[in-house]
Design a protein around this ligand. Structure first.
Ligand code: UDP
Ligand code: MG
Length: 338
């Protein structure tokens, strides 16, 4: 039987985790004759009781594994840790807030096993329930990014994606510290099937992404997957040199022909400011790349673990999918149907 790993990054998700587990278990129960499963929860330094919830889930169900970070390292680090620890033949990354519908799992498995895809990714077709200003900037980002970078990044792509072991190993082999998964997924290639779906609101809790966090993340993405800004800086420099050269010719000619009464200093001051500003901007762009290079060369770990139930689940993994008597998978759906 093939093993399916579900990787779930969690940051302050105590409210939604029990709900998430229930939903996923229901879907897993439907496919348990064909697949074994494990859920790898990664507690990304939560400040609430997420870890306690995970410990409880792990004690109740043998398919639950968890890793807990020493502090908040960000979703990228959490996904990396999850992929690194997942043992499955197929690995799927899923948000804890049920915005990634678990009901798509059988469809994803089918596309990989029967249709021969290496990965199945999901894409939101609407941005319903999102502030318009955020949607606007998100769209802009995808447009700019796709112009700038050779790597294709799908508009509205979510991190909810199932991959084969091959592709996961490919992603893990990209050991960069500054990770931008949407770019990494594109960079590694492999055939990808896209499943479009309507945006779903979070089941409980609230989003962890502020506008500025997203903005910083988009800059990260551009710096990680495009060096075009560096070329643009060079081009701006060349254009200014050209303009300066032409101006020298014009001024020289004018002085020779008509003489040169002193004047025009305000325009000169403006030009100096403009050129100075542009130089600082370009320096900033170069600095951004340099700082990323600096961080990469330090080779810091992408995350630090404080706690896991690793040893326990390793021994359990050799056993077939066993759910504890406490987890009656059919119960909830039965209740709902009544
Ligand atoms: N997340 C995380 N670390 C962070 C921020 C978020 O592991 O620093 C997780 C979060 O728990 C959730 C997923 O990433 O499972 C997506 O976060 P969220 O739902 O807040 O983002 P949104 O869906 O609003 O883009
Ligand atoms: Mg969400």
């Amino acid at each position: 039987m093939k093993l399916l790993s579900i990787v779930v990054p969690c940051f302050n998700e105590e409210e939604v985790l029990p709900l998430f587990f229930k939903e996923v278990s229901r879907v897993l129960a439907d496919i348990k004759t064909q697949y074994q499963a494990e859920i790898v929860f990664v507690d990304d330094g939560s400040k609430d009781h997420t870890l306690n919830v995970l410990q409880r889930l792990a004690s109740e169900s043998s398919i639950v594994r968890y890793l807990s970070f020493s502090r908040n390292f960000g979703k990228e680090a959490a996904m990396y840790a999850g992929l690194e620890h997942a043992k499955g033949d197929y690995v799927v990354i899923m948000d804890a807030d049920l915005q990634d519908p678990p009901s798509l799992l059988p469809q994803m498995l089918h596309a990989i096993e029967k249709e021969g895809y290496d990965s199945v990714a999901t894409r939101r077709v609407t941005r319903k329930g999102e502030p318009p200003i955020r949607s606007f900037f998100a769209r802009m980002f995808y447009k700019i990014m796709n112009k700038m970078s050779d790597v294709e990044i799908m508009d509205g792509a979510r991190d909810y994606r199932m991959m084969t072991r091959n592709m996961v190993d490919g992603i893990l082999s990209m050991g960069e510290y500054n990770r931008f998964s949407k770019g990494i997924f594109g960079w590694v290639g492999y055939s990808t099937k896209w499943l479009p779906y309507e945006n779903i609101e979070r089941a409980a809790g609230e989003t962890k992404w502020s506008f500025w966090k997203l903005f910083a993340y988009s800059i990260e993405g551009i710096v990680a997957f495009s060096t075009l800004p560096l070329s643009i800086a060079t081009i701006i420099g060349l254009v200014f040199c050209g303009i300066a050269f032409l101006m020298v010719l014009v001024i020289f000619g004018k002085t020779m022909l008509f003489g040169d009464p002193v004047g025009g200093w305000p325009s000169l001051a403006c030009m100096i400011l403009f050129v100075g500003g542009t130089q600082l901007f370009c320096l900033g762009v170069i600095g951004k790349y340099l700082s990323k290079t600096y961080l990469e060369t330090k080779q810091r770990p992408k995350y630090l673990l404080r706690e896991t139930n690793e040893t326990r689940s390793r021994q359990h993994l050799s056993e077939p999918l066993l759910l504890s008597p406490h987890t009656d998978l059919g119960k909830d759906s039965r209740e709902k149907n009544q």
